[in-house]
Design a protein around this ligand. Sequence first.
Ligand code: NDP
Length: 319
Amino acid sequence: MAPTFFNNRLTQLLHIEYPIIQAGMIWASGWKLASAVSRAGGLGILGAGSMYPDVLREQIRKCKAATDRPFGVNLPLLYPDIEKHIEIIIENRVPVVITSAGSPKTWTSILKEKGIRVIHVVSSSAFAQKAVAAGCDAVVAEGYEAGGHNGREETTTMVLIPQVVQAVSIPVIAAGGIATGQQMLAALALGASGVQIGTRFLASDESSAHPDFKKKVIEAKEGDTHLRMHKLVPVRLLQNEFYRRVEEAEARGACADELKEILGRARAKKGMFEGDLDEGELEIGQVSSLLDDILPAETIVRNLLHDYQHALEALTANR
Ligand code: NDP
């Protein structure tokens, strides 16, 4: 049975049933995934980092048509068309925005004036305090296990969450290495008010990632993902031909410019959306090694809640 006691600060803030936020992953998080997660009682998120402004507008429209429940947009602040995206988000009254990869100072107050909830992604308690100073409503604290862009501090979720919880008084959403109800329980035990889940939702029926990439994700084994591109932005990647070229270049001390040249343009799209598993950039979390199936998003939410409840009962029974 689904737990009934998720009436906490985060569910109240976001008007959702369960404190489960789907990460707004580039090339994987369109309206089908976001609306399915929101319909299941979590918060679905559109990944705007891979959307041109017109695409974002259309995705918001479709998401609204597919659910009357709240959903959000993830906006990497280094996105080239950020002003247009902000305008579209405001015009279309998107209820929640999750910002990442930049200073929360620039846009938070503008979005909040329009009644939009703003959550910022951080990788340290110092950044969490900056998000509070900028007026954010909550933070996503994302640990080292996470896929894609990663913090330079390399702090694991287990260590990061209690420190961020201690440093700020706004709700903390734990991210990085969370795909099961047991892991969700652990995150809440560390003081988080909710969880943000990426990799598990990427391997869903509704995710727009290429089917071959989804298959590669569920076949991943322990140790198959690592951080690369340390001199640019550290990114957690699955190993493939492209990864090995970067690894070789980094081992001989390649500078940022050489890494940029190897990366080229649109490599994330090539791997994750077009399914070029050799030459594409395959961003995914460590937790991929725990997954062995591609499921409907609603089943993922139900399983999380079921396993959370079981784990909680097992702990209580063993006391
Ligand atoms: P690149 O510069 O290599 O390529 C740009 C890609 O983004 C292209 O595939 C392009 O699509 C697409 N795109 C969408 N909107 C625009 C736009 N307004 N202008 C230019 N290109 C656009 O970037 P990446 O693929 O590495 O990253 C794209 C975005 O995703 C960035 O905003 C980045 O911050 C974010 N990102 C976030 C990550 C995370 O973990 N949160 C991880 C990696 C990236 P097309 O090929 O069709 O032109």
